[in-house]
Ligand binder design. Structure first.
Ligand code: 5GP
Length: 189
């Protein structure tokens, strides 16, 4: 059992609307030992894939992207959710429907930071219906770069995202697989 599995079993809380709350170690307060282990696990899985960049989404993805990038010694790029004056106008953009907020938002990355030569590792905290990952994949596609791996901390395997990505042939690794959150009860695979 990896450190994240232990932590999810110990401190994960099932909330209404099918949401697993991991605020005490992954989404608000950050457990650096668990995060370091997450980075190591993804490094071990994808170290032979020639990763040149790690791409994730703000805000929860940043800590995960950072620990991974540190292991690979490559830059971590995070897609932004809102334009700002110091962001270049030359952007790749896509739309994501948020599972937890139940609304659509745009994500964007400066064209400077993903190029056609890049071999990208995508990482995120959760994979549910796969909307966030599809948004990231669209950014990479616009750049003409290659996705060489996808690392997800917690996959809810009873939702469609993981199945769809595997069917498309992406090498997807999930460190924790949640089989069910029914009736407030968490069951891991
Ligand atoms: P998807 O786009 O795959 O439907 O959902 C993934 C995104 O929604 C993640 O980036 C994550 O922020 C959020 N998410 C989905 N399910 C959960 C959950 O059970 N708990 C938490 N904390 N976030 C979730």
């Amino acid at each position: 059992m990896n450190k994240l599995q232990q932590k999810v079993l110990q401190d994960g809380q099932v909330k209404d609307h099918d949401v697993l709350k991991v605020d005490s170690f992954l989404n608000h307060q950050l457990d650096v030992d668990v995060l370091d282990d997450i980075g190591q696990q993804f490094y071990d899985c994808f170290k032979h894939h020639g990763v040149t960049k790690v791409l994730t989404i703000e805000a929860s993805g940043i800590a995960i992207g950072l620990v991974c990038a540190q292991k690979f010694h490559v830059p971590c790029v995070f897609a932004k959710k809102s334009p700002s004056t110091n962001l270049s106008q030359d952007l790749f953009t896509s739309k994501v429907y948020s599972y937890t907020k139940q609304k659509e938002y745009s994500i964007m990355v400066s064209k400077q930071y993903i190029t056609a030569n890049d071999r990208i590792l995508l990482v995120d905290d959760f994979l549910a219906n796969g909307q966030a990952m599809q948004g990231l994949l669209a950014l990479v596609e616009q750049a003409g770069a290659l996705v060489v791996g996808i690392g997800v901390c917690i996959e809810k395997t009873y939702q469609a995202g993981g199945k769809q990505l595997r069917k498309k042939g992406y090498p997807l690794v999930s460190l924790v697989k949640v089989a069910s959150l029914k009736d407030g009860q968490m069951i891991l695979e």
